[in-house]
Write a protein that binds this ligand. Structure first.
Ligand code: ZN
Length: 376
């Protein structure tokens, strides 16, 4: 036998052997032959005004969700999914969601059931990298707030707690601009500066990250809900293929106002732009549970003060389906400070004094919104 020829028979026998092993293993066989995916894990965040449940899958799969009554439960049927082991339960017991049960409904379908208390409504949408289905549930009667609301009103302070969200982090650098400027580093610095200023003015401030770490988008909003924040501000830097594009824009959650906004949302959501359509399909339902009017008002005070104090071009208040704004129980906006693809703006944002000015402008915008609320 020639040199390579002597390996052919052993290789063939090895292949037959592995094939036999696969054919014998039930769920593994399904995963292999029908490209099934399996449910990886379930995790959740509870707050007084909503509960967020995340079902992680090993691959993207179509699903259908529907509510059933007596007892109240939300069923999600996931196509071409197998469970291993075939039955699993996660106990949540936060007053709104009792538990999550997953079972193999049919050979081709896995069913996830959320056993619920009294709910007013729910949002459901999917994200990729990793693939997951996110469910927000809203109670009929919110659990009482730890702070007596009338007292807050008497003091004229409707805004006390603010969550600042420095975009990206860790393995996600965000946009990379001229001279290798990373969005994740700049926005963290700005948020730290803004939080210092806000604390000095008596606000309670929390950051979704204080270090260079990766935080999933759905965890950021859930964090703000858990903290019972009154406002949520996500801070980002913009990027354009054109070096001349410059200016500031502030977003609230809604359908994309134009193609540019859609592309930006795709970038910030870390998805392909065609996946934005998937979010928009379910957005109408999501917006019912969103403080749009208040978010729009916050977006305009923040935008006004950024433009005037930092002397940037006013690209206006816009809307786009940013995942990080979905499910926020409070007015929530996303700020694009400037373009790090523009040499002039990139040079400015590298400067400490300018970042300090941006932080001051953000604080000013928040305060103006807060004082308008108090005056009402
Ligand atoms: Zn960003």
């Amino acid at each position: 036998m020639s040199g390579a020829g002597r390996y052919i028979w052993p290789a063939f026998i090895f292949l037959l052997w592995t094939e036999a092993i696969w054919a014998g293993g039930g769920w593994k066989e399904k995963v292999r032959r029908y490209r099934y995916c399996y449910i990886d894990s379930v995790y959740w965040w509870s707050s007084e005004r909503s509960t967020r449940v995340v079902v992680r899958l090993k691959a993207r799969r179509p699903y259908t969700a529907y509510l059933l009554k007596n007892p109240s439960r939300l069923c999600i049927d996931i196509d071409r999914a197998v469970l291993h082991p075939p039955k699993r339960t996660w106990s949540i017991e936060d007053g709104l969601v009792h538990r999550v049960r997953a079972a193999q409904f049919s050979p081709k379908k896995a069913r996830v059931v959320l056993d619920l208390g009294d709910i007013r409504g729910y949002n459901i949408f999917s994200l990729s990298h990793p693939d997951r289905i996110i469910i927000d549930l809203f109670p009929k009667i919110p659990k009482p707030s730890p702070v007596e609301p009338s007292l807050v009103r008497q003091l004229g302070a409707k805004v006390k707690k603010i969550v600042l969200d420095p975009g990206h982090g860790g393995r996600d650098p965000g946009a990379i601009g001229l001279w290798g400027i990373k969005e994740k580093d700049i926005v963290l610095d700005i948020c730290k500066r803004a939080s210092k200023l806000l604390r000095r003015r008596g606000y309670e401030v929390y950051l979704t990250r204080t270090r260079d770490v990766f935080v999933p988008l759905e965890a950021r909003t859930a964090f703000a809900n858990q903290k019972h924040a009154d406002l949520f501000v996500s801070v980002h830097l913009n990027f354009s293929r054109s070096r001349v594009t410059s200016g500031t824009e502030t977003y609230y959650l809604s359908f994309a106002s134009d193609r540019e906004a859609k592309e930006l949302a795709a970038f910030e959501n870390a998805t392909a732009s065609n996946r934005i359509g998937d979010i928009e399909k379910v957005l109408k339902g999501i917006l019912k549970n969103t403080k749009i009017k208040e978010s729009k008002a916050l977006a305009s005070t923040v935008q006004e003060s950024l433009v005037s104090r930092c002397r940037r071009e006013d690209r206006g208040v816009r809307s786009a389906p940013f995942v990080v704004l979905i499910g926020a129980n409070m007015p929530a906006v996303l700020v694009e400070i400037c373009f790090i693809s523009n040499p002039k703006e990139a040079r400015l944002i590298k400067e400490r004094w300018f970042r300090q000015r941006v932080a001051e402008a953000l604080v000013d915008g928040v305060e103006r919104y807060a004082s308008r609320l108090a005056a009402r």
